[in-house]
Every structure is written in C-alpha cells, then in structure tokens.
Design a protein around this ligand. Structure first.
Ligand code: SIN
Length: 300
C-alpha cells in the first residue's frame, strides 16, 4: 500500500522527538503518517507539516491512536470549529462533537449510525458551509469487510472530457440531506423520523458543481450520488443524465484509495478534495468508529 517514503524534516536536533514521516500511498491519494501520537498537543511546526500533508495527500492515516474522545476533539479542533450532526441520537454520550458510526445494537437499540456512508458523498455538502474534513477513529472492527473508499475529486475534474467540463462549468447544483433519507429509512433501523426543527436545519442548498479548494486553488468536482438532487437550470432528464455521467466518472477505480482498517486507525480526510463510501460490513459482525467533522468555508 505505502510506497515512497518522504522524511518531512531534513534534520533532527538532539533531544527532539523522532521525526515525523509522511509515506504517500502508491495510488491516486492518501499517505500514512508515522511518528505521531495524537494524544498530546501538536507543536506549531508539527501542525504546519501535518496541515501541508493533508492538503497534498487529501487522506492521512495515523495508526494505533488509542486516544480518548476529548483528545480526538482537541486534535480535530486544531483545524477549525466542529460541526454537530443533525442526528443527535447518535452522538457519543457527553460528547456531541462525536458521531458514533456503528452497526451495533445494545438492548435492541442501535448505538450509532449504521448506514453512514452507504452512498458516495462529501460530508455535510448539504450545509451552507460543508465540512472541511472529517476524522474517523476505529474503536471496534469486523474480521472482514468494513472498508472505506476515498475518491480524488481533483483528478476527477482534471480527467473530465472537455465536453463535460463545458456542460458544467459555472453551474450550481442542489444538495439535500433528505435526498436519500426515506429510501435508507425504509430498509434500516438507523434513520429516525426527523422533527420539523431537524428538517429546517438541513434545508437544501445550492453548491458549485465544480469547486475551487480554498487553500490550494485546485478545482474539484463537487456532486455526489447521496446528496445532489439536480443541476440548477437544466431540464430534469438532462440534469439526471449529466449527474449519472459525473457520478460514474468521479468514482472510477483509478481515482480510488481503499482503506482497510486496522485497530485504532485514525483517518483524516479533506471533504473539499475527496468523496468517500463505506463499502459495507457483514450484518453479524460488529463495527464501531467515532467521527468528528470540521466546518469549512462556503464553496466557490
Ligand atoms: C462516513 O460516511 O462518515 C462513514 C464512513 C464509514 O463508516 O466507513
């Protein structure tokens, strides 16, 4: 999985901790970060290196991070304010900033959102300020299955045929949290009926079909099969056909890194650069992860 090794620090002063290493994966995105314990606060230099690595590789993997919810929240907050998921039911008790992603039931009741990531998406693209990035920490993993896939949306834009680029350039699309809600609710125990307040909290928004990354200036496709309901200003059939083409193009194998979870992996991805998908867990196997979600900018 990991290929080249790039030592980020050129030299290590005496008494300094082991240098941070970023090992890019042999694929379209992603890197493993070696030599970092996320339970302790980051010094400014290490933070700056991590920030750059995140912008460059879009998905960072930190192995064996046996950290507390407070430590996950503190690390996540270094990158921005945290967003609270509309499904309050699946907050970690005492920690509303953490969404429990799990297929486990206790006393017949789900303890987390078991079908999170069932369709390709970028987190919270249905909000006026979608997520900058999300962090998922593995707490309990199945013996098989449970992988998460990430697709590079900069490469999706770069490799889009010119005719498709012209068709979507400058256009907006509608994103709605409710787009697939009833469909998911019909076949899962994880989707409670929403209150009027919750529905108001996730009112549909318009986002650019092609967004510009606010920190790197790179362009990226920004539509998803989960949340995008239509391209503004196009007839329904034309919009549907175009979106289907974009969905297929943006999730091609050539753009995808498949994360096979190991115990206490922390994965930190950039929602402005990638979409992700939960590949699925066999029903009889337990899976539980903790997610924090960082607020981003208004897309442009
Ligand atoms: C998510 O979409 O945040 C969850 C992904 C996963 O469970 O693999």
């Amino acid at each position: 999985m990991a290929s080249a090794s790039v030592a980020v620090r050129a030299s290590t002063p005496v008494d300094a901790p082991a240098p941070l290493q970023i090992l890019p994966f042999d694929g379209p995105l992603g890197a493993e970060v070696i030599g970092l314990d996320l339970s302790t606060p980051l010094d400014p230099d290490t933070f700056a290196q991590l920030h750059q690595a995140h912008l460059q590789h879009h998905v960072l993997v930190f192995r064996d991070q046996r950290i507390t919810p407070e430590q996950q929240i503190a690390f996540s907050r270094r990158f921005g304010p945290l967003q609270i998921h509309v499904l309050r039911k699946f907050q970690l008790p005492g920690h509303p900033e953490i969404l429990v992603v799990s297929n486990i039931k206790e006393k017949g009741e789900p303890i987390g959102l078991g079908d999170a990531g069932h369709y390709w998406h970028s987190d919270l693209s249905y909000k006026p300020k979608p997520s900058l990035g999300s962090l998922l920490l593995a707490q309990e993993l199945p013996a098989e299955g449970g992988d998460t896939l990430f697709a590079n949306q900069h490469l999706a834009w770069d490799s889009l045929p010119d005719a498709l680029k012209h068709a979507i350039e400058g256009r907006q699309a509608e994103h709605s949290y409710l787009a697939k809600y009833e469909e998911l609710r019909a076949r899962s125990p994880w989707r409670p009926a929403l209150t009027p307040e919750q529905i108001a909290e996730v009112a549909p928004v318009q986002q650019p079909v092609v967004r510009t990354h606010p920190e790197t200036g790179r362009r990226a496709l920004f539509v998803s099969e989960h949340f995008t309901t239509g391209i503004v200003g196009l007839p329904r059939d034309e919009s549907d056909a175009l979106l289907q083409e974009l969905f297929a193009h943006s999730t091609r194998d050539a753009l995808v890194y498949r994360h096979r979870w190991q115990p206490y992996d922390m994965v930190f991805w950039d929602n402005r650069s990638v979409m992700h998908l939960a590949a699925g867990t066999p029903e009889h196997l337990r899976r539980r992860l903790h997610r924090t979600t960082i607020e981003g900018d208004t897309p442009f």
